[in-house]
Design a protein around this ligand. Structure first.
Ligand code: NDP
Length: 412
């Protein structure tokens, strides 16, 4: 039976965009319920959807609920109450295993956008998915439950770019460099573009897949100035990231690395915060006897990523530089997307980071509802056919562009 009715868990920047996009396709998706720790945030998203006139089929329900997603039984009850066939987990990645368990118990299809995190573990040993999600793959297979892991932009769309490269453009791939730059300006002294807690936890150690082996290096150790289309030369730093942990297993590629763009100012502030201990996930006790986690305090004082949207200018460029061979010839392609902060704000009231991460879960949900992406087991995005996904993303506002960077093209 086609899965229908969508439950969106979380009401942050990413969920805001996903909810807008799901509303625009609710003739296919059915009823939509947005549920989060703070119900008022869900209601704000619903008001924004109505304000923008994005609810395509007005006879379908758009509702909100309060939920603690760490409570599997409560999630099971919510899935049953809302008769949801698709669960889009866009809350913090600490809840992945609890929500996946609820889907296994109810048979609802599951999707997330980040690898599972444990409070007290940071940058887990590779392949990270094997420590949590992949342990449930057999149960998904036995019960015929679809679970699509890491279906945001990176991870997510970039995994589909890798699959696209292997399917249509290369016989053999040697290296994939995933490059993510935000060349925009939010006008604040310092802010992160998505959940600061998750964002900073990424920058602890770096795992890369080099010559078919896992290699560990210190954070921000290697810098490269890459000449991006449209946004020009930008400094990027070697960073650990979720998608390498699945791409290394499912793609036949020698080397896979992830590079994230950081300005010198960002690195300077980051180093100060890190050196004084404000990025620590370990609790400390104040002189007054109050136990606090420095990273959670930092999150509380930094700007909410959603609040950056109205004044954000400039563009993001995220893509995969793929090097390999086709028909015996060397080849180099950059497969990428460009998104404009101000255009995203005009369309859904969000900045481009939330937009690029929030549109793909909605596209994947539509493909699940249409049974085009319904593997009835657990998969990472690169295991699925990239064509229908990238076609739908184009229609939904995230076009795929391809630039041929084969060095021989530039000889003479
Ligand atoms: P936010 O911090 O803005 O939002 C997270 C939301 O989840 C909040 O509404 C929060 O509720 C809710 N939440 C957290 N814990 C629970 C819980 N136990 N029960 C119910 N709700 C909960 O994060 P973002 O929107 O920026 O990011 C969402 C997800 O997307 C994260 O997993 C992030 O890692 C991922 N991401 C993926 C990207 C990709 O390209 N793949 C890019 C960017 C983000 P409340 O506000 O009430 O506390």
């Amino acid at each position: 039976m086609k899965p229908q009715n969508v439950l969106i868990l979380g009401a942050g920047g990413v969920a805001h965009v996903t909810a807008h996009k799901c509303a625009q396709y609710n003739d296919i998706l059915g009823d939509i319920c947005i549920a989060s720790r703070t119900q008022a945030k869900c209601d704000k998203i619903i008001a924004s959807i109505h304000r923008q006139g994005h609810l395509k089929e007005p006879t379908r329900q758009l509702t909100s609920r309060q939920i603690d997603a760490t409570d599997t039984e409560a999630v099971v009850r919510l899935i049953e109450d809302t008769n949801s066939g698709i669960v889009l987990n866009l809350a913090q990645p600490f809840v992945n295993m609890m929500v996946l368990e609820a889907c296994l118990q109810t048979g609802a299809a599951y999707l997330d956008t980040a690898v599972h995190e444990e409070d007290d573990l940071i940058c887990e040993d590779p392949p990270w998915y094997a420590n949590h999600e992949w342990k449930r793959a057999e149960r998904c297979q036995e019960r015929g439950v679809t679970a699509i892991l890491g279906a945001g932009f990176d991870p997510g769309v970039v995994n589909a770019y890798c699959a696209l490269a292997a399917k249509h453009h290369f016989d053999r791939i040697e290296t994939i460099d995933i490059l993510d730059v935000n060349a925009g300006n939010h006008g604040m002294y310092f802010a992160t573009n998505f959940d600061p807690e998750i964002n900073f936890r990424e920058f602890t150690i770096v795992w890369s897949w080099i010559n078919r082996e896992w290699v560990c290096s210190p954070v921000h150790d290697e810098k490269w100035v890459f000449d991006f289309p449209e946004v020009g030369p930008q400094p990027v730093h070697l960073t650990g990231h979720d998608e390498i942990h699945s791409l290394a297993r499912f793609m036949d590629v020698d080397t896979i690395r992830f590079w994230m763009g950081f300005s010198d100012h960002y690195i300077k502030v980051f180093n100060v915060l890190n050196n004084v201990g404000m990025l620590s996930e370990k609790p400390v006790r104040t002189a007054e006897g109050l136990e606090v986690v420095p990273l959670k305090v930092l999150k509380a004082v930094l700007p909410d990523p959603m609040s950056l949207a109205p004044h954000y200018k400039g563009k993001t460029c995220i893509g995969c530089l793929v090097k390999g061979e086709q028909d015996g010839e060397s080849k180099e392609l950059f497969i990428y997307n460009i998104s404009d902060h101000a255009a995203c704000y005009r369309e859904v009231g969000s900045q481009a980071i939330s937009y690029t991460a929030g549109v793909p879960p909605a596209a994947a949900a539509v493909l699940m509802a249409q049974e085009i992406w319904l593997p009835n087991t657990m998969v990472n995005v690169e295991q699925l056919d990239p064509d229908p996904f990238l076609d739908l993303l184009e229609e939904m506002g995230l076009p795929t562009l391809i630039e041929d960077r084969t060095p021989s093209l530039y000889a003479n």
